[in-house]
Write a new protein. Structure first.
Length: 196
């Protein structure tokens, strides 16, 4: 019995200990959350959308802080690959911010959400093709595990939504909720990597 259980536990750990597998799993989670937002109504849709915003914030911020810096130096052409991904991420963040300002029951919400979904899916495919495959080929298991550890720690520490404190309230209001969430997530990623 324990022999059957052990390989499964090992498989789970192997997936979590590889930054590419971890990010690919997040891509799947993001797709599932888009499905959930589209299928839900009312408060359930609002809740699913909040979870989608948080996951997108954690995912993109972790890539900016952990994956992109490695890709820039880790393989030939990495600088241009990162530049292209950052342009895609900027466009998605703008759409996400516009959506975050809307009520999920607004008739304009779903068409904008579907545009965001298309952009995010195209971005994810480009990451998988142009960045992730090169990362896996360009480094060793130890480095893949270190990057995964930083992303998991950041995911655990990232806020569920902006929580303006006395010192950051004005900053959060000026940035808007999505930008504030990403800002706080960036702090969590840096703290997880020992840079905070």
């Amino acid at each position: 019995m324990s022999e059957l259980h052990t390989p499964h536990a090992g498989d789970d750990m192997a997936e979590d200990d590889d930054v590419v597998s971890l990010l690919m799993r997040q891509h799947g989670d993001i797709r599932n959350l888009f499905d959930e937002v589209e299928a839900a109504k009312g408060e359930e849709r609002r809740d699913a959308f909040r979870r989608l915003v948080r996951l997108l914030a954690v995912h993109e911020t972790a890539e900016e802080e952990v994956v992109h810096p490695f890709a820039r130096k880790g393989f030939p052409g990495g600088e241009q690959v990162v530049k292209d991904r950052l342009a895609e991420e900027k466009a998605a963040k703008e759409t996400l911010s516009a959506l975050d300002d809307m009520d999920t029951d607004d008739p304009k919400f779903m068409p904008r959400l579907l545009k965001l979904r298309k952009d995010v899916q195209e971005h994810a495919r480009a990451e998988e093709r142009y960045e992730f495959t090169h990362i896996r080929r360009s480094t060793d298991v130890t480095n893949l595990a270190a990057m995964a550890k930083a992303i998991k720690a950041a995911e655990a520490m990232a806020p569920t939504r902006p929580h303006p404190g006395v010192e950051s309230g004005a900053k959060n209001m000026a940035l808007g909720p999505v930008a504030a969430l990403m800002d706080r997530t960036k702090d969590a990623v840096r703290q997880a990597m020992g840079k905070g």
